[in-house]
Design a protein around this ligand. Sequence first.
Ligand SMILES: C[S@@+](CC[C@H](N)C(=O)[O-])C[C@H]1O[C@@H](n2cnc3c(N)ncnc32)[C@H](O)[C@@H]1O
Length: 235
Amino acid sequence: MADKNLEIVTTADGSKTIYNAEVGELYHSRNGALQESQHVFVNSGLHYFLAQNNAKEVSILEVGFGTGLNFLLSADVCTANNIALNYTGIEAYPLDAEMMAQTGYEQYTSATLWESYVTNYPQALANKVTLDAYGQLQIAHIKLMEFNTDERYDIIYFDAFASARQPEMWEQEAISHVITFLKPGGVFVTYAITGNLKRMLKALGLKIEKVPGAAGKREMLRGVLSVTNADLGAY
Ligand SMILES: C[S@@+](CC[C@H](N)C(=O)[O-])C[C@H]1O[C@@H](n2cnc3c(N)ncnc32)[C@H](O)[C@@H]1O
């Protein structure tokens, strides 16, 4: 059944997003859902990681999977570069298939990926699924603080609602929980930047970098988990 709190809206670059009336927040920037996803997560996260690492496989953990736009764009990049993708999205309130179909995101990805994504979406909410050439996808239907795994990830896409709307997602407890899943040398990216977030990430051992933000935002934040001698000894 469709969630009456959710509504499809069009952003400044013509791409669609979802407005959650209960939270009072959009799923993406009003200045462009597509440009934000490409800039913050794909370019500043995935492409940055690939430029630093000669990787044949990459694992990504996303906080706030939502529509899956960040997954779709990342999967196409990995396929084009012959990189095996292992993607886990954490999502407490998964969208139904009807809402997903109204996003129009099939325009931004290959037809075969879209087909595979919508077909496998329900199963991905229960188990890890293999999407043909597009690697593996699992959507953990759970709240961030209840999520746990033995896996460690190369990249974290932190795409929670803004701290003004959901402050608990940006507090010490949540941020340190997320960072436990990052590999040494792994990359954390998010669209926001605050002094508090920078301090927390530094204290958790990340090297912080201010990166030009997506349209409408001057800066965003990227952090790389420092590799220690002890970490190197483990390889
Ligand atoms: C900014 S939106 C993410 C947009 C998404 N990345 C996309 O491309 O569509 C934030 C997401 O976090 C989810 N969410 C809210 N509270 C959560 C929690 N405690 N744990 C995990 N996900 C949560 C929301 O349901 C929503 O899908």
